[in-house]
Design a protein around this ligand. Structure first.
Ligand SMILES: *Cc1c(COP(=O)(O)O)cnc(C)c1O
Length: 491
């Protein structure tokens, strides 16, 4: 079983390794400069020099080893699989990193006049066309910086559109019980009352259940397809019809488009507003809070409500258009997180239409393969038995012990593997939500399933003990770790 070497937490600090007079800096060796002086400190302009500075004194190799050790304490998708369901942590092609970090991109200033950044704007303009084509929407605003912000933009557009079209009494948004927590939060932030619709035993929302909740108060519904159980909603078109028939609008949570790329389009299913998480579906490293991009797209009738700016092509030149007639306003500075947008553009261009279609096929194949490799007695599904999964599978850890899913999540760290998402969606008891993505070879999926099965057997036999054992930090008190947050170093 692969175990990657973990650095030990009690490595000395730089300060503790410091020895007076030890030097790690190599002075410039330009002979012309060296001829003038022997003291490298004199290369620093006089007004920036200090007499003393209390820094650790170390050799270059000590510093190098210290930071390399620290970097190895982090887990990343470049060390192993990162199968966080719903969060889609996929491999990011190095070429997109290279392009996104090129000087022309890095040095572009957000306040530069558009005529000096025509190249970048033309790329963003094209990206907008690609996203529209992929989703079946008419237009996108790229500025919103996360899925949650795209959602807020989306429901604010719904609110404004309805108010301007005689629907100001409409104040309810329907949200399924399997939805991501940001859905009800966004709807509530936009001033709507959230009405919950239950999933049935197949893990899907029935059109009849939605119809029962629809009234003249219905402003719309936020719907995730495939849903967070990884299941395609087979009555999606009927659900759209039901909400439309009372004058509501349909919102598509497209954070995870990984099963639908090139296969099906929310626009064709009947949705009016869509957000995408470029930092999930379209590569881009994420985690630790960002940065991300959650562009929001709409059908023709909502185009003028998009958040500004949008990228426009006027008389052969690309510009930032702030002048949409009914815009909900500006939610984020400038064009958005341009480096994230650029990576998504490269990802799309690298793969092309048929490549994107293949991504979906492989993501679905990998999710179903991994799911089928798990012991069905240990990890039963609670919803939609017999149905094939899409990009992810949610299983329940069968155990009398409380916190069994958390124990699994901690124990797999000892194998040098990242945990799946746990305890989401909320409707599944002791949930493990596993999303391998399209990039993992079959041997990695085999190893992962074997590890989960093995841990389960140990847990059942009572021989697991305290986990994790091999990590640099043991089991942390998660409440205490974040509240109150105190970062402190003693020496
Ligand atoms: C991740 C996710 C979101 C929220 O996206 P953020 O970028 O984290 O704000 C919304 N819905 C679903 C289904 C998600 O997986």
């Amino acid at each position: 079983m692969p175990r990657f070497r973990q650095a030990v937490w009690d490595e000395p600090l730089l300060k503790e390794m410091s020895r007076q007079g030890r030097v790690g800096m190599l002075a410039p060796s330009d002979p012309k400069v060296m001829a003038k002086t022997k003291d490298p400190a004199l290369f620093v302009p006089a007004n920036m020099r200090r007499d003393s500075l209390d820094l650790p004194e170390l050799s270059e190799l000590q510093v190098l080893r210290h930071f390399n050790r620290l970097s190895q304490m982090n887990y990343s998708v470049e060390l192993g699989m990162y199968p966080l369901g719903s969060c889609t942590m996929k491999y990011n092609p190095k070429v997109s990193e290279l392009i996104a970090s090129s000087d022309t991109v890095k040095q572009a200033h957000p306040l530069q006049p558009p005529e000096t950044v025509q190249g970048l704007l033309s790329i963003l303009y094209e990206l907008e066309r690609y996203l529209s084509e992929i989703t079946g929407m008419s237009r996108f605003s790229l500025s919103t910086a996360a899925g949650a912000q795209g959602e807020l933009a989306g429901v604010l557009m719904v609110r404004k559109y309805l108010r301007e079209h005689g629907g100001s009494k409409k104040d309810e948004i329907i949200v399924p019980d399997s939805a991501h927590g940001t859905n009800p939060a966004s709807a509530a932030m936009a001033g709507f009352r959230v009405v919950k619709v239950p999933s049935d035993s197949t893990g899907q929302v029935r059109a009849s259940a939605v119809k029962e909740l629809c009234s003249e108060k219905t402003a719309g519904m936020m719907f995730t397809v495939p849903n967070t159980l990884g299941l395609f909603e087979s009555e999606v078109s009927e659900v759209c019809d039901a909400v439309h028939s009372v004058g509501g609008l349909m919102y598509y949570d497209g954070a995870n488009m990984n099963a639908l790329l090139g296969k099906a389009r929310p626009g064709d299913m009947g949705f009016d507003v869509v957000h995408l998480n470029l930092h999930k579906t379209f590569a881009t490293p994420h985690g630790g809070g960002g940065p991300g991009a959650g562009p929001v797209g709409v059908t023709k009738k909502l185009e003028e409500y998009l958040p500004v700016p949008v990228i426009a092509l006027k008389r052969g030149a690309y510009t930032l258009d702030y002048g949409l007639d009914h815009t909900i306003g500006q939610l984020k500075g400038f064009v958005g997180n341009s480096a994230v947008l650029l990576r998504a553009y490269v990802y799309i261009r690298l793969l092309g239409a048929s490549g994107l279609n293949n991504v979906s096929s492989l993501a679905v194949l990998a999710a179903n393969y991994l799911w089928k490799s798990l012991d069905p007695e240990a990890f039963p599904v609670t919803h939609g038995k017999g149905l094939r999964r899409k990009h992810e599978a949610v299983v329940s850890v069968k155990s009398e012990l409380p916190g069994a899913a958390m124990t699994m999540a901690k124990a797999i760290l000892d194998y040098g593997m990242h945990s799946p998402t746990v305890y989401f969606p909320l409707i599944v008891h002791e949930a493990l939500m596993i999303e391998p993505t399209e990039s993992e070879p079959v041997e990695v999926l085999d190893d992962y399933a074997r590890a989960l099965n093995e841990i389960y057997r140990s847990m059942k036999a009572g021989s697991l003990g305290e986990v994790p054992k091999n990590t640099s930090v043991g089991k942390v008190d998660e409440v205490k770790a974040s509240h109150p947050m105190t970062l402190r170093v003693h020496w």
